[in-house]
Design a protein around this ligand. Sequence first.
Ligand SMILES: O=C(O)CCC(=O)N[C@@H](CCC(=O)O)C(=O)O
Ligand SMILES: [Zn+2]
Length: 335
Amino acid sequence: MLALGKLLDLTLAGREPAEKTQLTVEGVRMRWLGEGALEVRPAEARDNGMDLLLSAGIHGNETAPIELLDELLHGIARAEIKPRARILFLFGNPEAIRKGERYIEQDVNRLFNGRHELSSGSEALRAGQLEQFAKTFFSVPGRTRLHYDLHTAIRGSKIEQFALYPFKEGRQHSRRELARLRAAGMEAVLLQSKASITFTAFTYEQLDAEAFTLELGKARPFGQNEQVNLDRLETRLKQIIEGNEPEEADALDGLQLFSVAREIIKHSDSFRLHLPADIENFSELSKGYLLAEDLAESRWIVEEEGARIIFPNPKVRNGLRAGILIVPTSPDQLA
Ligand SMILES: O=C(O)CCC(=O)N[C@@H](CCC(=O)O)C(=O)O
Ligand SMILES: [Zn+2]
């Protein structure tokens, strides 16, 4: 295998490759762009106009997606996968990946869309660097832009694999992309209803990519991911990379859709979340339930019919999201 196929090994060792560019026997060029960043470019005659950004390890302890991208890269470096798409592979937070932690000082996935400029430290610098890698990659006009940012969740979930679709004023969510996600094994999609500061919000809002955060089961250490079945996602990613996705009607095929009713923001150290520590994502909450309390006697009471909670986390920094209240929605608004 070409040495550049071992991007994960290089990243874990904190090393630079001796050669920055390598060609596979298929004429696919692999170019190391910096720590945890590698571009794959097919020969011009085979290029089908798809620019695919695949990122993982924005949270360093979410290893199943990192292993999946590592597998795909090995396949390309061995010329077993024959790309027709240009691809940018990014491992988001190398220092946190090496330590097996979600982050070191700051959550990188809260530092996009300008937030890193208001902050300092290695994770703020990394978010700025990731924005720059993505911006350069998605700068060629007339090409299709797709970004999947792969994650796993802190807690168990009633719906194991799901996607979050960012929001931009005046832009409609795409039914075709949802059908593609369904084919990739996603069981639900959460349609965001306001701008955000995550990596996919940046590529969606500022770089005009179709962009999704994919949640792929529960976070576990390297080598302990046998319970996370990513076969359908892997198959679909290979098809996108090789440009041989089956032609399908835009069938959503049972895909569950949710929209954000409210984000629960933790404003102070007095914040209290009234949920059991082991509550699963997508757990239903009944109307009238006192979900959280914060300073100045502010209270979060569930008002929505059919509300469910995802990503409850009272340990986030003040000012950040401590959970999302979602409600079922219909596909009527899709483009
Ligand atoms: O399990 C959790 O509480 C968090 C899992 C995770 O890392 N989710 C992403 C979602 C990003 C998005 O909103 O698009 C995150 O919180 O960064
Ligand atoms: Zn994550």
